[in-house]
Design a protein around this ligand. Structure first.
Ligand code: NAI
Ligand code: MG
Length: 332
């Protein structure tokens, strides 16, 4: 029996998360789901996006399935719920795979993973302003660089053994300099992994021109956020992009997309990004066979092209796509 926390969040998080649970309930494993609430709707009720008791309840579970939350830019002092959870649970590695699935018009043969440092960098949350100037603190620590680098190298060892560290160390000589230095230091323990370096601007271009050359990309928080949306765009968009936030003993799994207010309530959100995040959860739990089956079921549905949501050029609903995946799973 796996104890899994479920946080649907706001907007389409409330739609795609229950669909994902239906997929997990259709497979031959036992889960105890514990439902919790964080996000903007919670903030409006109780004045904080992440109530204290949620953190302690999460600690009593093995992992969390997270939907998406709204982070309004115009509410002063509001802090993103998921950024708060990543920090509170010390989920230091944000893992974002981008893979070519069999859909028309998509770039072929992409199979890369972006590992993004998830607790500091420009998202450290330390900002201040005077009347006419504003400042953000880009915090980079040796400890955080080292643990995320080890995570990325371990992952590279299980893949094609190629790692590219992405920085802007030519300009941000101290912060990116430290990130780069620590990565190259950790690399010495992984002689089988081929290590390369790229500046973030060149990486952004190469992702478009020749994404097939990338295996594992290791980078800092903001760069990883941007490059991973770019990589998602190459292979079908946010409706297909899953992610994992991993710490030493906990994992939180969420689609890369946000609460998508423009389509919330219309029943047309693509559930696949959330379902592939559950696939990553299964991998994390060591259920690799089930993880593979879920991914194969998604692939089979995409290949048939019969049940696709509008973001992929179809006209199916969220529920119809989920149903198709569940019935493909039954046949695998
Ligand atoms: P978004 O990811 O919510 O939406 C971007 C575009 O992609 C929209 O046109 C949306 O309709 C489309 N889209 C996203 N997911 C989709 C899906 N599953 N199926 C079909 N189309 C999909 O990003 P946006 O609009 O920048 O942000 C909306 C809200 O979400 C904001 O409040 C933002 O702060 C929050 N957000 C939360 C994240 C999280 O909880 N981890 C991540 C990114 C944004
Ligand atoms: Mg993002």
């Amino acid at each position: 029996m796996y104890k899994i926390a479920v946080i649907p969040g706001d907007g389409i998080g409330k739609i795609v998360t229950p669909e994902t649970i239906r997929v997990l309930e259709s497979i031959d494993l036992k889960f105890e789901f514990q439902h919790m609430e964080v996000g903007y709707e919670v903030f409006k009720k109780v004045g904080t996006s992440v109530p204290e008791d949620v953190i302690s309840s999460l600690r009593n579970t093995q992992a969390c399935l997270f939907g998406a939350t709204t982070t309004p830019v115009d509410v002063p002092n509001y802090r993103s719920a998921v950024v708060t959870l990543r920090k509170a649970l010390d989920l230091y590695a944000n893992v974002r795979p981008a893979r070519s699935y069999p859909i028309r018009g998509q770039v072929k043969d992409v199979d890369l993973v972006i590992v993004r440092e998830n607790t500091e960098g420009l998202y450290s949350g330390i900002e201040f302003a005077t009347k006419d100037s504003a400042f953000a603190m880009r915090v980079i620590t040796r400890r955080a660089c080292e643990r995320v680098a080890r995570f990325a190298f371990d992952l590279a060892m299980r893949r094609r053994r190629k790692l590219i560290v992405v920085t802007k160390a030519n300009i941000m000589r101290k912060t990116c300099g430290l990130f780069r230095e620590v990565t190259l230091f950790v690399a010495e323990n992984y002689p089988e992994v081929e290590v390369d370096e790229m500046f973030v601007d060149a990486a952004a271009m190469n992702l478009v021109l020749k994404p097939q050359v990338f295996d594992v990309i290791l980078t800092s928080n903001l760069f990883g956020d941007i490059l991973s949306d770019e990589a998602a765009g190459l292979v079908g968009g946010l409706g297909l992009a899953p992610s994992a936030n991993i710490g030493d003993d906990y994992g939180l799994f969420e689609p890369v997309h946000g609460s998508a207010p423009d389509i919330a309530g219309k029943g047309i959100a693509n559930p696949i990004a959330a379902i592939l995040s559950a696939k990553m959860l299964l991998d994390f739990l060591g259920e690799v066979t089930w993880a593979e089956r879920v991914e194969n079921a998604v692939s089979a549905v995409l290949k048939k092209r019969k049940y696709l949501t509008p973001d992929l050029g179809g006209s199916s609903t969220t529920r119809e796509v989920t149903e198709a995946i569940i019935s493909a799973l039954e046949k695998i």
